[in-house]
Ligand binder design. Structure first.
Ligand code: FEO
Length: 385
């Protein structure tokens, strides 16, 4: 695949993977992107996951058409992109590896080889001339690891964006839901904690003329770039993407579920533009996490358990707080048959979230829903809107 006249796609698709990064289900597989820039000098952008190094080397060889690469640019040392470094350096002993100083340290730790003797340390704003193409390196710490850098090709106006603007899904898979669905789950799952760092690199990118974004996962983006940049700006500033209310519940015998569904129906009747409901025990946790960041208003409904909250709810709230959850209105519904404590525990867990308020309507179910609970839920629905 040609990205531009001189830039070729040489990445691979992974349909074998069960859990990406040991945690995320990827029903449509995963793509590990890599690119080669063919100029007087040749630069290769990142490698691939260890199961696909041979296939990636084959793609590279085909793109090179008998030529030899001069540089391997390592933008990110996470093994889904860096596992081909040793194979590349062995196959092309004249080539130099270009990476940040932190990346060289990680390279030694991952490969057991110190490549700094065959390396060029890239710092913020450093340039690399390939002939007609001039590359500029842009450090992007914590998007997604501390050693990360982006690379900007000012000739073709291409931004190589490392993990940023990536998504779950192989490139040869169907993408019926559109880019944002799996890009959002990927973003909040993997980079969500580092909104401030993403904002910092977006500011640097705003100064560049960009025609194409080449991420390390997901499709090459070359149309309507404002759409993707706006979404990244909303996500990284913890803004509200979609108006509506997201309800998250756990339920042991169905009573808390009944409350969550009653509230969802009430919200719809009151004209709430969108109501999303997740069962935290059964739905994908990463989908639930992305929904919590997508909507500006959420309701958490759960049972008391071991004088605490039900485990799936506890895990869910921890996913939110460790990702700097903020700027939200939160409603709470608790259930407890003899000593309800869930609302108090949930509030305590979320209290440190910046610019977050709690709905005042209290919904306390003691075992099963009552008419009084319905009135409390009616009140909560009104308050959420
Ligand atoms: Fe796709 Fe952070 O590695």
């Amino acid at each position: 695949m040609n990205v531009t006249k001189d830039i070729r796609y040489i990445g691979v698709n992974d349909h074998e993977i069960d859990l990406f990064e040991g945690m995320y289900i990827v029903p449509e597989g995963m793509a590990y992107n890599s690119y080669v820039i063919l100029d007087e000098k040749i630069a290769v952008m990142d490698t691939a996951d260890r199961h696909f190094v041979q296939e990636w080397m084959g793609n590279l060889e085909a793109a090179l058409e008998g030529r030899k690469p001069d540089y391997l640019i390592v933008q990110h040392m996470e093994p889904d992109h860096s596992s081909g470094i040793s194979a590349f350096m062995d196959a092309y002993p004249e080539a130099k590896v270009v990476a940040t100083a932190k990346a060289f340290t990680m390279m030694k730790n991952f490969t057991g080889t110190d490549y700094s003797g065959r390396g060029i340390v890239a710092k913020e704003g450093d340039k690399l001339e390939l002939g007609s193409h001039v590359l500029t390196f842009i450090t992007a710490p914590m998007v997604h690891w501390p050693e990360v850098m982006f690379t900007y090709d000012s000739t073709d106006k291409v931004l190589f964006s490392a993990d940023a603007f990536g998504k779950f899904g192989a490139l040869d898979a169907e993408d019926e839901e559109g880019w944002a669905c799996e890009a959002r789950r990927y973003y909040f799952g993997i980079v969500g904690k580092y909104g401030a760092q993403v904002q910092a690199v977006l500011k640097k990118a705003a100064a560049l003329e960009i025609r194409t974004i080449c991420p390390l996962h997901g499709p090459v983006l070359n149309e309507n770039l404002g759409y993707y940049l706006d979404l990244y700006n909303t996500w990284s500033s913890y803004g509200v993407e979609t108006e509506g209310v997201a309800i998250f519940y756990t339920s042991v015998y169905g009573h808390t579920k009944e409350a969550a569904e009653y509230l969802a129906q009430k919200l719809q009747e009151l004209g709430c533009p969108k109501v999303a409901v997740s069962d935290l025990a059964r739905d994908d946790m990463a989908e639930a996490v992305e929904d919590a960041f997508r909507y500006g208003k959420i309701v958490l409904a759960t049972t008391t358990y071991n004088a605490d909250v039900f485990p799936f709810m506890k895990e869910f709230i921890e996913h939110l707080t460790e990702r700097n959850y903020q700027n939200r209105l939160i409603g709470l519904i608790e259930n407890g048959s003899w000593a309800p404590t869930a609302a108090k525990v949930m509030k305590g867990m979320l209290e440190g979230c910046k610019n977050t308020t709690f709905a005042t309507a209290e919904v306390k179910i003691v075992s099963a829903m009552t008419e009084e609970n319905k009135a409390q839920l009616d009140q909560l629905a009104k308050e959420m809107l």
